[in-house]
Design a protein around this ligand. Structure first.
Ligand code: ADP
Length: 483
């Protein structure tokens, strides 16, 4: 049996899958071999409207159900997802390109969010506040926000969905999900898992198709009370502007431009292998991946030599092949952007330490992992999100000066540094203007901790109890009593 059918139902409303109408459909491609994978439905305003109505109707019972009952369905979904991780990983690799080991890891991580929020579902505690007068009692009552519009990106087609839907569903919200047009298949599989786990009709709905039309309906429909989005800063700003009309709640996980700082007292071997892992995981297509590296002058040469040695062993190829470390970029636009950043850096005087060639397969989306030295602050790669496998290295000599450079950006998602000095670890963590700091660590995205940016990297948190808070209104009940 083939893993993916030629035609795949992709719109799910009120517990029913819509038949694909070939006249309104989209073809999904495998970015490694540039061949069609399947055809799915191209929905728009009408489907989104129906999905929102279904979610609105389902909210009544789902929102008032006990957290324990919601929890059981989320536990079941977690179990089903884990049990099927290998097949789901393969589908993810075929639509997104990342190496199979990373894809299976992502699916397991995605299931981890369901487990965490299955546990949190019965823990939306309120408060009993002491009143300043004898004749009153005050209760803070957490209640689900309502219908949530969830818009997700292609770089983590599985975990970005459970990281949003897990807390929303645990809180008692119902959802209309719009996945990225490049990677709808993981979303379809996740919705099937919810269906199998016993999710009542209308609680989770899925609409694929025209992003603008679906987004516009989510924005203008009064039943949608919260929009949760991961994607580009430009689209995030648009959603923020357009949400103002109805004062909708928003959670936005936007772009980043993460610095990695290697101090002179770092464990260099650890710094090399983790910098490499941060930069080249998912081919550099991660909003928290290292975009620029600052190395202290006293260790710069050793760091670069060790790094080059490891980067040169990385294998580029189809993610389904066992030994692949870097798959293709997602599409031609992505490759053009990375190439533009590389060309700009070269033109302004950067030196290639290794990689830099794309000419071998000019029509493919593959690119060699590249390390650049001699980079200057005027290069685009030092200011704009590259989303590709290029690591620019700059040398620094002073702690205060490198902190200022690291903070000199409109982004504020993740920043990393390596040091073995505890005082420095605290001091620099406090000084870096970012929502997430990794000290001798580059994998901060876990179910139990809050993930989110500051400045133009977004607003709101995903993960931890903080992630569920986003989907709960805190209602005040002020009780007048006879005392
Ligand atoms: P990228 O450029 O990395 O694809 P985007 O921000 O364009 O990042 O995409 C992230 C998600 O936002 C995708 O699901 C995409 O379809 C969706 N999206 C893009 N434009 C809009 C829009 N105008 N309204 C709603 N969603 C949108």
């Amino acid at each position: 049996m083939s893993l993916i059918d030629k035609v795949t139902q992709s719109i799910y409303i009120d517990g029913e899958w819509l038949k694909v109408d070939e006249a309104h459909s989209d073809i999904i491609y495998n970015p490694a071999i540039l061949e069609p994978l399947t055809t799915i439905s191209a929905g728009g305003e009408a489907e989104t409207k129906k999905a929102i109505s279904a979610a609105h109707r389902a909210f009544k019972s789902w929102g008032s159900m006990s957290g324990r009952k919601r929890s059981r369905i989320l536990y079941k979904a977690h179990e089903l997802m884990l049990a099927d991780a290998e097949r789901l990983g393969e589908i993810l690799t075929m639509e997104q390109g990342k190496p199979l080991k990373e894809a299976i890891g992502e699916v397991k991580g995605a299931a981890g969010f369901l487990l965490w929020y299955a546990e949190e579902a019965s823990r939306s505690y309120g408060e009993w506040l002491p009143s300043s007068v004898r004749s009153k009692r005050m209760i803070v009552m957490p209640q689900p926000v309502g219908v949530v519009g969830a818009i997700t990106p292609w770089n983590f087609p599985s975990s970005m969905i459970t990281r949003k839907l897990g807390p929303a569903l645990a809180a008692g919200c119902t959802v209309v999900l719009k996945p990225a047009p490049e990677t709808p298949l993981s979303a379809i599989e996740i919705v099937k898992i919810f269906e199998q786990a016993g999710m009542p009709p209308g609680v989770v709905n899925l609409v694929t198709g025209d992003a603008e039309a679906i987004g516009q309906e989510m924005l203008s429909n009064k039943h949608v009370r919260h929009i949760t989005f991961t994607g580009s800063t430009a689209v995030g700003k648009y959603l923020m502007r357009e949400s103002a009309d109805q004062v909708k709640k928003l959670s936005l996980e936007l772009g980043g431009h993460a610095p990695i700082i290697i101090f002179e007292d770092a464990d260099l071997d650890k710094a090399v292998s983790l910098s490499l892992a941060s930069k080249f995981r998912n081919n550099g297509q991660t909003c928290i991946c290292a975009n620029r590296v600052y190395v202290h002058e006293s260790v710069a040469e050793t760091f670069q030599t060790k790094l080059q040695k490891q980067v040169e062993t990385l294998k580029v190829g189809n993610g389904l092949e066992e030994d692949t470390d870097l798959g293709p970029l997602i599409n031609a636009q992505a490759k053009d952007k990375v190439q533009t950043h590389l060309d700009d850096a070269m033109q302004k005087g950067a030196d290639i330490v290794c990689g830099g060639d794309t000419a071998e397969q000019p029509d493919s989306y593959f690119m060699s992992p590249t390390v650049l030295a001699g980079v200057t602050d005027d290069m685009r790669i030092m200011r704009e999100e590259t989303f590709g496998p290029i690591m620019p290295i700059q040398i620094f000599s002073d702690e205060q000066a490198v902190i200022e450079k690291a903070n000199d950006t409109d982004y504020g998602l993740a920043a990393y540094f390596f040091t073995e000095n505890t005082s420095r670890a605290i001091r620099v963590s406090e000084a870096l203007d970012y929502g997430i700091i990794g000290v001798n660590d580059v994998f901060p995205a876990v179910p139990e901790a809050p993930f989110g940016g500051v400045k133009q990297s977004g607003t709101g948190k995903e993960g931890g109890h903080h992630g569920m808070d986003e989907f709960l209104e805190k209602k005040l009940v002020s009780l007048g009593i006879e005392s």
